[in-house]
Design a protein around this ligand. Sequence first.
Ligand code: FAD
Length: 462
Amino acid sequence: MGKPTGFIEIPRKPGGYRPVQERTGDFGEVEQRLNDEDRRAQAARCMDCGVPFCHWACVLGNRNPEWQDALYKGNYREAYELLTATNPFPEFTGRVCPALCEKSCVLNIHNEPVTVRENECAVIEQAFEKGYVKPGSPFVRTGKRVAVIGSGPAGLAVADRLNRLGHKVTVYEARDAAGGLLRYGIPDFKLQKSVIDRRLEIMEAGGICFRVNNAVGKDIEGAEIYNYYDAVCLATGAMIPRDLAVPGRNLSGIHFALDFLMQQNKMIRGIKVPEEQRLTADGKQVLIIGGGDTGADCVGTAIRQKALSVTQIEIMPEPPSERMADNPWPYWPNVLRTSSSHLEGCDRRWSLATKGFLGKDGRVTAAKVIGVTWSRSASGRQVMSENGKKSQVLKADMVLLCMGFLPEALDALVKKLGLDTGRESKKLFVCGDARTGPGLVLRAIAGGISAAEDIDTYLKTR
Ligand SMILES: Cc1cc2nc3c(=O)[nH]c(=O)nc-3n(C[C@H](O)[C@H](O)[C@H](O)COP(=O)(O)OP(=O)(O)OC[C@H]3O[C@@H](n4cnc5c(N)ncnc54)[C@H](O)[C@@H]3O)c2cc1C
């Protein structure tokens, strides 16, 4: 702990966002970076707690306070080595993680947690700038071959770890570029894609082979992969969108969030989308159904596409602005979260269920919604009831469905990919969202690391 009084003397200072007027005119990252002096001062605020709750909250097992201390002292190489000892991709989590570590930071008792996520981003960016980030080439190769199917954060983590352990890894990706939802889900204004390309170059230089445009079970037989490799890891994510079975659902102008977000990310990447397939919010009254993070990403994207108005509705009630008595620190705070996109101009409404869509000439023009109230049953379950007096019609000529994703049953997934060879399945592993259901980038990375360790143990026994 470099500065024992740091947390008393120095207030929390996040980098903040670029001004709304400026940032909504482009798709560049919204977050600003502190200068070196301010950043190091922020690291000085880490208290070296006797019981570090940030370790408890983050599944990656971060090495706070050691790397905060190194950052405070300006020892970027040491900070980088400590940070990457537990997290292979701090440049991803440093940008998009909801920072469970900060929510549980002891300083968060006073709402002034250490800026762990931003500090992480600063360390890895300096490490890239100073040339510390080198390919993870192993000293010896084991001669074992592993196929990883899917190149999201889970697939990348499993590939990185196994490659460092000496196994020859090939990553199969259905899309035209690696990265999973980092590339084709999360908008560029949260994570610019050059950050992924930079990491992929390092991984390739380290010996990992990426085979994009290769959907297993379609472009390449699952059985071929199963027979050729010593182990196979499924990291195919969980992207089945939850639908809304209400009258009018088949009207045009109603889309799944990921179709909308993915198309925008593709266009920024320079991929041409035929005019008739374009999903644009330009000049439209956009209704976003679902109050979560994917919905927030749609808000920011629709605003940048010059939507006339953006309304986001959620079936659950508005969360409180502060923690309730039954949700104390250090638990995840169930409070209202306002993203950078919400600050750009969006009407947020709560406790509304969608009953149907209205349209004209086959196109959606409005949504019929009804107010709902929530109560607890005797068993403690949340029960919803509709209030007929609170029904209303919300005008909308574009509707985006953001009600979450469903995981695919593992048996069905294995069958779909053609990996159900009927023989020993010990060499099949699964990680990330494909294993846990929709989650977070840091959980996918942690799952990838853990799968790599299981695969390595398995390969050693063969
Ligand atoms: C819009 C959106 C925004 C999000 N924002 C955040 C955020 O800000 N912070 C956060 O922590 N989390 C966020 N998440 C969640 C996070 O992105 C996921 O939890 C994480 O990406 C899951 O990683 P994964 O590697 O398991 O799967 P994915 O990232 O989904 O990657 C799976 C990959 O497998 C490929 N694939 C599938 N089938 C095949 C096949 N048969 N052959 C070859 N390849 C195949 C897919 O094309 C894809 O590239 C967001 C999710 C969404 C949808």
